[in-house]
Design a protein around this ligand. Structure first.
Ligand code: PHE
Length: 339
């Protein structure tokens, strides 16, 4: 009997059940009325009197251990069952927070998208440039104020390395490396040595465009810009071209759109004029075509350039330019619904 008790004890200490049903089967096997442990209690009657004390203690110990073990496993299964019930596998998962695109990128992409529909492709170039690509090739006279220390960040004087002040430098690169017809859009960051305030920054973003082919006229330029204005600001938008001056275009113009805040009636934003300026443009000066190796007797072209911050302000009414580079998520979060 002693052996039987110790072998059962060893067996019980090692019992394993994978689920509640298996455990119940084990309980029946050992502890039910017909169970193995219970059966030993019936055998106890035939144990000689002098061994009864020792056997009784061993038997009780076996029964307690078996009961404990079964209870312990039962508690484990019940805990698991409860945990399972707490996990609702059918629940919709929490939405994943994916950041927002920067408003300047949203607007830049939109500008690129609008012009891509009339055949413009993207051209990019370096932000660190030389004087020739930024100024000389574009017909800036040597004493032009834009070359002045106040506007341009010079990196070294000789050789002349500067931070580009406009993405027209990319147009120079395209004109000197490709043959017409050329139809490119040049987005990118530019640098000017200006005091930082709510309306000026030492860096900002531009999108410039260049179209060179045979028989390109000012009418083509005007039509492309009217199409852009309507796509960007709405079908009801009107444009106005005012004569202006740029060294690299002749004739040159500045383009206004009807104020999209008051609809042209006059408000504080448009200083009661009903118009807001959005870009510079003109016909590429023949001298620029020639300095880039394009025959100005065969080809003509137009160019335009706009500030992305300015267009973004008009679209989203961002009052302080500095917000674009502060990386405040409370500001950026507001552009979640844009694309
Ligand atoms: N490059 C000019 C600027 O930075 C914009 C411009 C581009 C004007 C092309 C005319 C034609 O202000």
């Amino acid at each position: 009997m002693k052996e039987k008790i110790s072998s059962l004890l060893a067996e019980i200490e090692n019992i394993k059940a994978e689920n509640a049903e298996q455990l119940e089967a084990l309980r029946i096997k050992y502890l039910s009325k017909k169970g193995e442990v219970t059966a030993l209690f019936s055998d106890f009657k035939s144990v000689p009197a002098e061994q009864k004390k020792e056997m009784g203690a061993l038997l009780n110990d076996l029964k307690n251990k078996a009961t404990e073990k079964i209870a312990e496993l039962k508690a484990k299964f019940e805990g698991e069952k409860q945990a399972e019930e707490k996990i609702d596998v059918t629940r919709t998962p929490d939405p994943i927070e994916i950041g927002t695109r920067h408003p300047l990128s949203i607007v830049k992409n939109k500008i690129a998208d609008i012009f891509s529909r009339i055949g413009f492709t993207i051209a990019e170039g370096p932000e660190i440039e030389d004087d020739w690509h930024v100024f000389s090739a574009l017909n800036f006279p040597p004493e032009h104020p834009a070359r002045d220390m106040q506007d341009t960040f010079f990196i070294t004087k000789s050789p002349d390395v500067v931070l580009r002040t406009h993405t027209s430098s990319v147009q120079t690169r395209v004109m000197t490396s490709q043959k017409p017809p050329i139809r490119v859009l040049c987005p990118g960051r530019v640098y000017r040595n200006e005091a930082i305030s709510y309306r000026a920054h030492c860096f900002f973003h531009q999108v410039e465009g260049l179209y060179i082919d045979k028989n390109i006229s000012f009418a083509d330029l005007k039509q492309a810009l009217l199409y852009f204005a309507k796509e960007m600001f709405g079908e009801e938008t009107a444009i106005r071209l005012r004569p202006s001056y740029f060294p690299f275009t002749e004739p040159s113009a500045e383009m206004d759109i009807s104020c999209n805040i008051c609809g042209g009636k006059g408000c504080a934003f448009c200083k009661n004029t009903g118009w807001v300026e959005i870009l510079g443009c003109g016909m590429v000066d023949p001298a620029v075509l020639e300095s880039c190796g394009i025959d100005s007797k065969v080809y003509s072209g137009y160019a335009f350039g706009m500030g992305v911050e300015r267009i973004t302000n008009l679209k989203y009414r961002v009052k302080d330019l500095r917000m674009f580079s502060e990386n405040d998520v409370r500001f950026l979060d507001q552009f979640k619904s844009a694309y």
